[in-house]
Design a protein around this ligand. Structure first.
Ligand code: ADP
Length: 632
């Protein structure tokens, strides 16, 4: 019986990917070997795992990776004694792209000037990189499952592949034969050249990689070596092996712990957020080893998610080798390791902040987004809070302020840390809520991202200083601080004027109706004519806005309008009101004040009404001004 050969088309996104890989100028072609070795190593890990969790599986095969070059045929062959693939698996694994973000990655990568090298490894599309050096690839694979036949897969990487059932050559494993095309045969075609590539990219693979009868990779389990024997370059090399990052890490953390659990760990803080396109969110976690044997890549229980920017490995003696991945999830031991690791990482960040501001700023820039989620870590709250950084009204542009910096600069008797959500430093300078802080020279922390406000609300205080939203600061607490502003105070209102002002304010409320909860005189404004606050003072305006956005509520909130009775505009309104309480100017300017204030808070009701009113006010003002000019 002759075996049947069937032909299949690649999925569209595979074609797209192949096209990019083959034509990319930015890619270092030698990484095809790194990808094959990494797949082989994964397959060996899976085989070992299958054996460990299934004692009936008798297996005599040595786990190893063989690489050979055939001068005559110009083929590189990579053989592994791993888990192999069934026919089904071949079709899903190397005929489609498994990783859900990959199709998107392909598109982004095509537009990006970023080197593809590191992206390829991270996005689970490595296998296809062989078509950067070849247009004839043969894969023969035999699954470890006894009843599954060996399968041959052949493709030129254009748009189709062929499958044939073949005679098995081994108990289990995969042989990948790549016919190098002209250029690449010259570049990569010798044992020595292949050895160099393996040393460069795959030195830390934990299975023997054999070329010409010699084991090429020597270093493994670096985390188990004594610290003093390890050179900085080795750490960096391992880091690159682990992450495919092209930059060295900002910081390395290598330590071992004996109690309450034994483990060794080697951790890194990458210089950049490795999730470049923001769509690789699952790509985190520490590789978990038990006595040098890889149990799970990217285990997500070893560190809390807010530290997910940390890359590295953990190796413990205290777990059994045959532990199943499911039971790892709520394993007590893993919980203990995680608690210790978290403390270590926070401690290291503290040290970094103290010893190297520049590096700490790099860490903050790259990872603060995810790090901010740590406000839920109540166990380490103080340590965590000490690591937070902000912009502030007293910071120079692009410097970072910690709570400790704030406290050091705080006024005598000040027991609050004030903060405000602002759109930018410029916007903060015009923000009516912050006016009193400017006048009294009290520092305000600027929050730029919605999560910042959650952070402040859940941490609440630091070193005895309560966090207070500037918008709702207690005036009594601010009263004790002198105003540093030298400008003339407005004339105080006479008793009669006070009465008129009350009447004017009642009129304003009448004009504005349901649009405002209340109109009242502000105790804290000096430059701005008015500001809006929530009637119950419970929620900051930014938080309210966020909540409304989350509830898809686009209505405009009803707020209390506080007006500045000393402001020239209010004084003019008062004059006009005294002459004619029904003057159109009162209604026009009341509405305009409200809408301008709403606009500052990010709400716009009806631009037509707003613009119409401005034009009408300008026309009036222009007319009066022209009259005045004529008289002079
Ligand atoms: P990734 O390895 O990141 O998943 P690849 O495109 O490199 O992406 O490989 C796709 C899949 O093909 C792998 O996940 C694996 O299931 C399978 N595969 C590739 N090479 C081998 C191999 N040597 N042995 C067994 N399975 C393999």
């Amino acid at each position: 019986m002759t075996a049947q050969t069937e032909k299949f088309e690649f999925k569209a996104e595979v074609n797209q990917l192949l096209d990019i890989l083959v034509h990319s100028l930015y890619t270092n072609r030698e990484i095809f070997l790194r990808e094959l070795v990494s797949n082989a190593s994964d397959a060996l890990d899976k085989m070992r795992f299958a054996i460990n969790s299934n004692p009936e599986l008798e297996d005599e095969v040595e786990p190893e990776i063989l690489i050979a070059y055939d001068e005559e045929k110009k083929t590189v062959t990579v053989t592994d004694t791993g888990i192999g693939m069934t026919r089904e698996e071949v079709m899903t694994n190397i005929g489609t792209i498994a990783h859900s973000g990959s199709a998107e990655f392909v598109k982004q990568a095509a537009e990006s000037k970023e080197s593809l090298d590191s992206l390829i490894g991270r996005f689970g599309v490595g296998f296809y990189s062989i078509f950067m050096v070849s247009d004839h690839v043969v894969v023969r694979t035999k699954s470890y499952l006894k009843d599954e036949p060996a399968i041959q897969w052949v493709s030129d990487g254009k748009n189709a592949y062929e499958l044939t059932e073949v005679e098995a050559e081994m108990d289990h494993g995969t042989i990948i034969e790549i016919q190098l095309n002209e250029d690449n045969a010259e570049r990569f075609g010798s044992d020595d050249k292949l050895k160099d590539i393996v040393k460069r990219h795959s030195n830390f693979v934990s299975f023997p990689i054999m070329i010409g009868g010699e084991r090429v990779n020597t270093v493994s389990a670096l985390w188990r070596e004594p610290k003093f024997q390890i050179k900085q370059e080795q750490y960096e090399e391992f880091y690159k092996f682990l992450t495919y990052d092209v930059q060295p890490p900002i910081d390395t953390l290598h330590f071992s712990v004996d109690a309450p659990v034994q483990f060794n760990s080697l951790l890194f803080i990458p210089e950049n957020d490795l999730d470049i396109f923001g769509m690789d969110r699952d790509n985190w976690g520490l590789d978990l080893y038990v006595r040098r044997v890889l149990i799970e890549k990217q285990n997500k229980n070893l560190l809390p998610e807010y530290l997910s920017f940390i890359k590295g490995v953990v190796d413990t003696e205290d777990l059994p080798l045959n532990i199943s991945r499911e039971t790892l999830q709520d394993n007590l031991l893993i919980g203990k390791i995680s608690a210790t690791l978290t403390k270590q990482v926070l401690g290291q960040l503290e040290k970094l902040a103290k010893d190297d501001e520049e590096k700490y700023a790099k860490f903050w820039k790259a990872h603060s987004k995810i790090f901010k989620a740590g406000h839920m870590d109540f166990v380490n709250r103080d340590k965590y809070a000490g690591l937070l950084r902000f912009d502030s009204s007293k910071a120079e542009e692009n410097t970072l302020v910690s709570f400790a910096d704030y406290i050091e600069r705080a006024k005598e008797d000040q027991k609050e840390i004030y903060y405000s959500f602002v759109a930018s430093r410029e916007a903060a300078n015009l923000n009516p809520h912050l006016e009193i802080f400017r006048n009294k020279d009290i520092e305000v922390l600027y929050l730029y991202e919605p999560i910042d406000e959650f952070v402040m609300e859940s941490i609440r205080e630091h070193e005895g200083f309560n966090f207070v939203a500037a918008e709702y600061a207690d005036l009594e607490k601010l009263d004790k601080f002198e105003s540093t502003k030298k400008e003339d105070e407005p004339e105080p209102l006479s008793e009669d004027q006070e009465k008129d002002m009350e009447a004017l304010i009642a009129k304003m409320k009448e004009v504005l109706g349901e649009q405002v909860a209340e109109v009242k005189v502000s105790e804290r404004l000096s430059d701005s004519p008015c500001r809006l606050v929530n009637p119950d003072g419970a929620m900051t305006s930014s938080m309210e806005k966020l909540m409304k956005a989350m509830n898809k509520d686009s209505s405009i909130p009803t707020k209390t309008m506080e007006v500045n009775a000393g402001h020239p505009l209010l004084r003019s309104m008062l004059e006009i009101f005294k002459v004619n309480p029904e003057d159109e100017f009162i209604a026009l300017s009341s509405n305009q004040l409200l809408e301008s204030a709403l606009l500052l808070e990010g709400y716009l009701n009806d631009p037509h009404a707003l613009v119409g009113r401005i034009q009408s006010l300008l026309t009036k003002a222009g007319g009066w001004y022209a009259e005045l000019e004529k008289k002079d």
